[in-house]
Design a protein around this ligand. Sequence first.
Ligand code: FMN
Length: 188
Amino acid sequence: MQPLGSVVANHGGARVGNPDVEDAGAGDDGRMNALIVYESMYGNTRAIAEAIAEGLGGAKVQSTREGADGSADLLIVGGPTHMHGLTTSGSRRMAAQAVTEDGHGELEPDATDAPGLRQWLRDLPKAHGARAATFDTRLDRSAALTGSAARGIARRLRRRGYDVVASESYLVQDSEGPLEDGELERAL
Ligand SMILES: Cc1cc2nc3c(=O)[nH]c(=O)nc-3n(C[C@H](O)[C@H](O)[C@H](O)COP(=O)(O)O)c2cc1C
């Protein structure tokens, strides 16, 4: 599977490179209609989602508060890695508590009241080979130690009928961030 950055970089910033998909999916202006959906407790994953959108020449970015209607040509889904995988209601609570206890960092407005990605992915309508890509944020250690939410998101998207063409992890310095130097630029 390709890294997400190369999918964006290799295809003019707006396409994923499969001629069939381009013909079928590009709008009148030739741009791919991409939708980026993120979950984020502290804002790092949201920042990556926004950078990916910018790299694609302006894609729609939304949190898990909104569902997907299946009209995107490319669905890009990302979230923070919690306990080696996707967040759970317990890990979301722990993330929220950590901010209250540490007194540093700030919770995203959607952090506790929007559904987590597990729920969002369960509610996602089935697709038939539509293209998707996944990303996560995680700590800057070997993936064997940290796990990766992007892998779990990809598995779930495949079960919903998506063709997952790329996956990427972006690294944070500490649990609440910030992102490591250069990660935002890598997402563009
Ligand atoms: C409860 C909890 C569990 C976590 N578990 C992991 C983990 O297993 N592996 C990892 O690399 N990072 C882990 N982290 C760090 C998160 O990946 C980090 O908080 C996240 O990338 C920040 O993204 P956000 O600002 O979008 O929430 C954990 C963080 C929390 C709060």
